[in-house]
Design a protein. Sequence first.
Length: 156
Amino acid sequence: MTPDDLFARAGQIALFGWSLLILGPRRFTWLNLLPALVLPAILSALYAVLVLTRFAAGQGGFGSLADVRLLFSDDWLLLAGWIHYLAFDLMIGARIAARLDRVGVGRLLQAFLLPFIFLFGPLGALIAGLAEGMHRTFGAASARIPSLKPLAGEPA
């Protein structure tokens, strides 16, 4: 199997996980475990195999930007770095989605926020954190405004 083949497979695994986060129902614990733990574990195992079998033979390192460039000039190690990114962002995305669920951020807004985590990592997590904070602040405040009528079945 070539690095390109593994790149495609890892991408399919990650996209499946992100699709579950964005489109899947979250009321099933077993389904939540796929993007939160199972798929990141599969990607992490693949990452571990690549690092354990390829890193020692690679040139470069993490001491300077030039060293990192040299390290990632090896397709196998570049692939390991990409899989690291896919696994970590999916795991973080699942945790953030669970937090957003707990504070009551709707799935439509989450469908907008979660791709930012996938595409922009820390920036997406920051945006989602701001959305969570705004929902905690303004969502809780709007629940106390007497002119808003409660939803059916909700206590007044």
